[in-house]
Ligand binder design. Sequence first.
Ligand code: FO1
Length: 310
Amino acid sequence: MSGRTLVLTGGVGGAKLVLGLQQVVEPSSITAIVNTGDDFRHLGLWVSPDIDTLLYTLSGQANAAQGWGREGETWAFMDALRLLGGEDWFALGDGDLALHVLRSARLAAGDTLTTITADFASAWGIGARILPMSDQPVSTHLDTEEGDLAFQTYFVEQRCLPVVRRISFQGAAAARPGPDVISTILAEDVQAILIAPSNPYLSIDPILAVPGIRDALHSARAPVVVVSPVVDGNAVKGPTAKLMRELGSAVSPEAVLAHYGDVVDAMLVDERDAVLDLGVPHDVCDTLMHTLADRARVARAALALADRLQ
Ligand code: FO1
């Protein structure tokens, strides 16, 4: 297979797939379009968790056990903050802080998130292209039984406990896709557009909510293949299954596919989920990605499925 590979991705699950792709295709042929609905201003700093998870993962700095932040992190800033009575529910490691400080200063000086992200990736020798879904702020909000919660309040402070009734993406309607997002989706040399096994509601929907992205996926020459985030009737990680149930959905590959609708051309399903007829082509493999070899296997299977549809 030759040509470019695009991945729509959120946090840790998506980063694992991109890392797997790097094992099977040239890193410079990969473009990740990343969710920024989790981004927020905290202690005056602009934090972009999903972009940073990808930056840390692809540069070999990620704290894999924790699922966010960097390996070998120190916490002097948080200790000092706590002694001053500062908010400590969202932990910013000392090294991680450098990213947020620099990003915030550059945004204030008029640079875009796209340029800043590209510069960070280049500083760390990352070959893949990392494109924020938009340079305008989009904030995921959850309408819950405890009231309206901003994403990080729901996810980190409230540990996803409140029951969710509705999800919205504030700012999405007025946001524009990042400068190269649409042209990259529509490019002639794209061989596959993958939707990572990230949370469909919290990680991928914000990307699809940016006007123009869903239409571009429809018009793209390359097939759109989703890697199922459901394994054995449950979600691999995080609040996906809980959220799907609360929003009245079954926790199954079929339900994920129905949620995405006609934007998806094919699905890579986990071997533990018996699927009868999905209505779109599908392949089956072990989609759990614990090791680098697992990640390469899933990437290879997703690309092979896309190749079959070309
Ligand atoms: N997740 C947590 O569960 N607790 C934290 O204190 C926390 C801090 C944090 C700092 C920077 C960053 O980029 C991410 C951080 N995350 C933390 C993870 C993150 O908020 C979520 O996992 C993602 O937004 C979901 O993809």
